[in-house]
Design a protein around this ligand. Structure first.
Ligand code: 5GP
Length: 143
């Protein structure tokens, strides 16, 4: 396999196939969104297209359109759910740029004035806390 091929055994591929659990906050025909297990801020959510691609570089532009629409939805809900002052949205392509899971995904981080984000993929969060944060975002998505 070439270094830049999509490997279906990546962890998000497994989550999409239901082989690994996640704290899901949103799903539609094109994407799912779930809590990052090593959140850089409370409410850190990942938005993941169902159609496989390794990252932005090999993705279908139509998929990127659906993904961006879902990112906006989740960003608005996460900001409201955590009474945040802003939302950071970011996305890495290839290891050199910081990508560690090779299925396209977008990070959504509620941000508060004067609060620095925690380290990228720094430490596992408490599952109960992630479940509670997911519930807050699901409620905001409905509200
Ligand atoms: P990347 O570095 O590829 O942009 O980000 C991958 C993200 O996936 C990291 O923020 C990391 O904390 C998160 N992550 C890694 N493994 C898992 C997992 O098994 N479940 C969930 N929900 N997130 C994961």
């Amino acid at each position: 396999m070439s270094e830049t091929a999509y490997d279906p055994q990546n962890i998000f591929g497994k989550i999409l196939r239901g082989e690994v659990p996640c704290h899901k906050v949103y799903e539609d025909a094109h994407v799912i969104a779930f809590m990052d297990v090593m959140p850089q801020a409370d409410g850190h959510t990942l938005v993941v297209p169902k159609v496989p691609s390794r990252n932005l570089l090999d993705a279908d532009p139509v998929v990127l359109g659906h993904l961006t629409a879902a990112v906006q939805k989740v960003a608005r809900a996460a900001k409201a759910a955590f009474s945040a002052d802003g939302v950071a949205v970011y996305q890495y392509n290839e290891a050199a740029a910081g990508q560690t899971v090779f299925h396209l995904h977008v990070h959504v981080l509620p941000r508060h004035d004067g609060v620095a984000p925690r380290r990228h993929a720094g430490g596992m969060a408490d599952q109960k806390m992630l479940a509670e944060h997911a519930e807050r975002i699901r409620a905001a998505l409905q509200g």
